[in-house]
Write a protein that binds this ligand. Structure first.
Ligand code: BDR
Ligand code: CA
Length: 310
């Protein structure tokens, strides 16, 4: 099993990412930390607990930062709704999150681990950057960071910036410059990781409660995509599970080693990942930049995972 630490802001696609991680049975999930992004910290933390309760998972959940390092928090309630995971009726969680902070938990887990751990961030990178700054001596304990964020050739919150990076560009810059190997699943690949209505119906037809929740999450999520992204032809971009799917089967994806930096100051381009796709700068690549996917295999992988869950 692949030891991982997941940092997420559920979030419809974060929720599906968690179900893939658990249902695949291929991960030793050490902890889940919540990031503020799609909604406030309070709400993304609660939503994480809701998913844990849905599948009866017994993994500690830790509360992350409330705000980006230097900026005011921007949320994506236009995509994810008032609760951050609108659509299915999911009760108030009764589970409690762990009293340690995300920062303390990451440090303790990595310090005590004999094996290297992969970090999987699918929200703004505030928690991960804070950890890298506070505990640089633990970097060698990180196998890799497989993240959803950024894009070489498109943005979604500005013409060039992707939401997760845009919310906390300074944190993203710290992560990309950290020297830890990074896999970046940005919009270039996630806008090809589409879920269509017929896929949603397949999830609903599984007949278990996880399948029903996935279908209801995607019903809500698709409303935004059909209205705002008609060029995706009815598909909704199922971003976050890519960061987990790549760890399960990288052969399903196409990628290229690239040098990537983050714009933190630009007046038009703040929060943009600058991906040197054509190696103009002749810098040593710091990122495995993922830009294509076998969509059918991806949806099937998620289907197989959801099927074995409660
Ligand atoms: C990213 O932003 C969030 O809205 C999604 O959960 C995903 O992580 C896509 O830009
Ligand atoms: Ca997310």
């Amino acid at each position: 099993k692949i030891p991982v630490l997941i940092d997420c802001d559920p979030g419809h696609d974060d929720a599906v990412m968690l179900l893939l991680a658990f249902g695949s049975g291929l991960f030793d999930i050490k902890a889940i930390t919540s990031s503020a992004g799609n909604q406030t910290q309070e709400k993304t933390l609660k939503n994480t607990m809701r998913i844990m309760e849905l599948i009866g998972a017994d993994v500690p959940v830790y509360r992350g930062s409330d705000k980006p390092l230097f900026r005011k928090l921007i949320i994506a309630d236009n995509v994810h709704g008032e609760m951050g995971m609108d659509g299915p009726v999911l009760p108030e969680p009764t589970l409690q999150h762990h009293p340690l902070s995300a920062l303390e938990a990451m440090a303790q887990i990595l310090a005590e681990s004999d094996e290297k751990i992969t970090i999987v961030p699918t929200g703004p990178l505030t928690n991960v950057a804070t950890f890298l700054l506070a505990y640089p001596h633990l970097k060698p304990k990180i196998e890799r960071i497989s993240l959803m964020g950024g894009g070489a050739f498109r943005g979604n919150i500005t013409p060039t910036a992707e939401f997760n990076i845009y919310v906390d560009p300074e944190a993203a810059a710290i992560v990309f410059k950290s020297g830890v190997p990074i896999t970046m699943c940005g919009l270039d690949v996630t806008h090809k990781a589409l879920v269509f209505q017929e896929d949603i119906e397949r999830f609903r037809a599984i007949g278990n409660r996880s399948g029903k929740v996935v279908a209801e999450l995607m019903d809500f999520f698709s409303i935004y995509y059909r209205r705002e992204r008609p060029e995706l032809e009815g598909g909704a971009a199922l971003h976050d599970p890519c960061a987990i799917a790549w760890l399960i089967d990288p052969s399903m994806f196409t990628s290229k080693p690239c040098y990537v930096d983050v714009e933190v100051a630009g007046t038009l381009t703040a929060g943009t990942t600058i991906v040197d796709f054509f190696d103009v700068l002749k810098q040593t690549p710091n990122v495995d930049f993922v830009y294509d996917i076998d969509r059918e295999k991806y949806i099937q992988m998620i289907y197989d995972a959801v099927k074995v869950l409660p």
